[in-house]
Design a protein around this ligand. Structure first.
Ligand SMILES: Nc1nc2c(ncn2[C@@H]2O[C@H](COP(=O)(O)OP(=O)(O)O)[C@@H](O)[C@H]2O)c(=O)[nH]1
Ligand SMILES: [Mg+2]
Length: 370
């Protein structure tokens, strides 16, 4: 499990409550700048840390939620609120023994986002670092520890052969694999399975030689790969990296239901494409170019209107304000995100009555006409 999948813990409070001081105390590093000047912490600061007796986590130090005097301050506060969609636990650092009105608003907002809170009064000044870490361990929700296995319910055993199909085309990053491929490879090694990695042209040979129990392909090659497997090893399951991520971090039942909306798309409908990374050329290309093209082709509807969200950016305000504003939302696999972040995006779509599905499941439908 990489750090992107580790539980995330946000540190919240008013300006100068001592949030950055607390991060430095907890991690034993001078990672965050501490100063008496409000607004010292601008963008949320993320620090990986291994909590003894628990495991790896990512702490996020945030800007004070009362930093609203300037436009820049309001931007910082907005970034702080955005982190509530990805954290598994909120440490709320109070200045006094009881919450002030601003701190009460903070606690309400944390609760409204369904994030469990660990409230530390009086700047946690009277608590030892070990005691704070003990309380953090105790407050972590169980859900943050039980990320489903990468291969889902598939019984992958030691010695099983898996074939990974990774096209190296112009959209592939130079000199490396993309994160879902790396994660799949690691999960295969953890299972003591035998992982064979090929580009599509080498797949028939790999199928003949290794008789794999599972073929996992990049979504883009789905159609091609299904055809090859159907010809050479018709009983072998084919899935995609994105579908595996959909099962692990998303909600397969919700996504399956969401897929039905594809068949009733009509002219003028809006489609929301949610990609959680903003740096992977492949995802960008799939979300911004390929999916819109394939959707138009499959539905025969030319004037679908697409809205794109990338990285940790918030979902568009219209999603919340106008029920049914979007006819469909499509979420990427979320390889760089916490499970909690994907779950909160699914909840946001559902609360607004917008059907939501996933990149891989949608591409499979559009390509294989399933
Ligand atoms: N008296 C006191 N001062 C503190 C405490 N924690 C932090 N400070 C000071 O308060 C100021 C703001 O701390 P900082 O960690 O930057 O606060 P942040 O804005 O919440 O990140 C700094 O001058 C710290 O040295 C504390 O527990 N007691
Ligand atoms: Mg700070």
């Amino acid at each position: 499990m990489g750090k992107e999948s580790s539980p995330h813990i946000g540190i919240y409070g008013v300006a100068n409550a001592g949030k950055s001081t607390l991060l430095n105390r907890l991690t034993g590093q001078q990672s965050a700048i501490v100063s008496p000047q409000a607004g010292t912490t601008a963008d949320p600061v993320r620090r990986s840390f291994e909590i003894a007796g628990y495991g790896p986590v990512v702490f996020i130090d945030t800007a004070g939620i009362d930093d609203t005097a300037s436009e820049l301050g309001r931007l910082r506060v907005r970034k702080t609120w955005q982190t509530l969609t990805e954290v598994d636990l909120a440490i709320v650092l109070l200045v006094g023994s009881e919450p002030s009105p601003a701190e009460r608003h903070l606690l309400d907002t944390v609760r409204a986002n369904d994030v469990p809170a660990l409230v530390l009064p009086e700047r946690a000044a009277n608590l030892s670092t070990d005691e704070i870490l003990r309380r953090v361990r105790e407050s972590m929700p169980e859900s943050s520890q039980s990320v489903p296995p990468f291969f889902g319910e598939r019984p992958i055993a030691a010695g099983d052969v898996l074939v990974f199909v990774c096209p190296i085309d112009s959209a592939a990053p130079a000199g490396r694999l993309i994160l879902p491929q790396v994660q799949a490879l690691r999960a295969a090694l953890d299972a003591r399975a035998v992982a064979v990695t090929v580009q599509p042209p080498q797949l028939p040979e790999a199928l003949e030689m290794y008789a794999p129990r599972l073929v996992v392909t990049d979504s883009q090659a789905f159609r091609e790969v299904v055809a090859m497997v159907g010809k050479h090893r018709p009983r072998t399951e084919v899935t995609s990296f994105s579908v595996l991520l959909a099962e692990q971090k998303g909600d397969k039942a919700v996504y399956t239901e969401g897929l039905k909306a594809v068949d009733v798309l009509k002219p003028g409908d809006r489609v929301l494409i949610i990609e959680n990374c903003s740096h992977q050329a492949t995802c960008d290309d799939i979300g911004r170019a390929k999916i819109p093209g394939w959707l138009r082709e499959y539905t025969g509807v030319g004037d679908l209107r697409f809205t794109f969200v990338s990285g940790r950016d918030p979902l568009p305000a219209e999603l919340y304000a106008v029920p049914g504003y979007f006819a469909l939302a499509v979420q990427c696999g979320g390889c760089v995100s916490t499970r909690r972040m994907i779950q909160s995006r699914i909840h946001a779509a559902r609360r607004s009555g917008v059907p939501i599905t996933n990149y891989g499941m949608l591409i499979r439908k559009l390509q294989v006409r399933g």
